[in-house]
Design a protein around this ligand. Sequence first.
Ligand SMILES: [Ca+2]
Ligand SMILES: [Ca+2]
Ligand SMILES: [Ca+2]
Length: 262
Amino acid sequence: MTGSRMIVLRHGRSGAYPEALVARQEQVVRARARCFRLAAVCLGLLCVLLLITNIVFYVKYINLEEEKNSMSKNTFSLRENFKVERKTFLSYITNLTEERDGLNNSYQNLTEEVDQLKSIYKNMVKERDELKSSFQNLKCMSFGSSNYYLFNNKKSWSEARQECRNKGADLLIISSKEEQEFFKKQDVHAWLGLTDAEEEGEWKWVNGSLMTTTFWKGGEPNNANQGEDCAVFTPSTDPLNTWNDMPCTESEKWICELTAVP
Ligand SMILES: [Ca+2]
Ligand SMILES: [Ca+2]
Ligand SMILES: [Ca+2]
């Protein structure tokens, strides 16, 4: 027998009031039952929500793990690529350094070549100016079968002879009285192609022939100071006595003779 039934039995004899009380109690019991059901439903919903949350977090965790593994793989791949690129870049730098050194050497060589060319150009300009000066001062003469070139600038005997040889001629050789008188008329003071440098006192012409006809000034050749080995034609009142021996290193004008080939 239930509690409500016992209440009805105990109060049955009192009229409608006990019945209302029972009804009231039943309402309270039903209300409590609804509360319990509602609490159970809420608890169930919370459990479901908690389960869904756990599932979501688990899925997130799995995704993060996959991303982490993927990133680790990518990091390793990037590191390997970086190593390869670093090696390639270092090799490129080495090649560039070698190229730069090669270019520096080429530049140095070119600079030296340019300096050499400048020096050659400078010498050529100097030679040109000397030639221009020589030809401006050049006096041309002819006698017999010979052509003569009197240079009015001054050089040592050897340099003067080289100038003649460069032009296919040689220093003047006087081999006759007529040739001597011809140059006396020119009133020149210039080197002759006559020397005793090989053996003192043995005068030879530049063509190797021994001197046979001579036109020395009085007292010459005197080999003054034991150092006069080259002959010079000098102005003199006596047309047949005009030669003097002088140091070969002195600077004098000179006469080149070019003999026509028979
Ligand atoms: Ca001659
Ligand atoms: Ca001498
Ligand atoms: Ca002398």
